[in-house]
Structure formats: C-alpha cells, structure tokens
Design a protein around this ligand. Structure first.
Ligand SMILES: [Zn+2]
Length: 77
C-alpha cells in the first residue's frame, strides 16, 4: 500500500484516525478518516475497513477502503 503523503497545507504528518468501530458475530469494523496530526485538516469522506477471522486462524479483509483513502489524500488538489 502507498504511504500517506504529508499534509498539503502545513507539511505535518497524516494519520488514519478511527472515528468509530463496530462488531458483529463474524467480524469487526472500523470507520476512519485521514487527518493531519498537526493542523487537523481532514478529508471530507469517511472510510471503512472490516475484518473477520478465518477458519484457519488468518485475518480476512471483508471490506477495505484503505487504498482508496490513501489515494484520495495523496491526490488532493
Ligand atoms: Zn496539516
């Protein structure tokens, strides 16, 4: 996965910020946003990741917005 570029406004570090989380019997999910740690600027969109545990003990991604979130942050005008 591509890394988050620094903030286009202040040059600060951009981070994945968890907004909320949810769980169901089969998996767990996080809603997150991308924001700058320094000035607090963030993308207007919310994103989501969801995982479940596989029968063989692995982590199975059910839903994964991380790549899209990174692209949208990095290509922000
Ligand atoms: Zn910033």
């Amino acid at each position: 996965m591509e890394e988050l570029k620094n903030c286009p406004f202040c040059g600060g570090k951009a981070v994945f910020n968890t907004v909320s989380n949810s769980s169901a019997h089969h998996g767990v999910g996080f809603d997150f946003e991308i924001k700058c740690e320094d000035c607090g600027v963030k993308l207007p969109n919310r994103y989501k990741v969801e995982f479940s545990l596989t029968g063989s003990g692995g982590i199975n991604p059910l839903y994964d917005d991380r790549k899209r979130a990174v692209e949208e942050w990095n290509n922000r005008p």
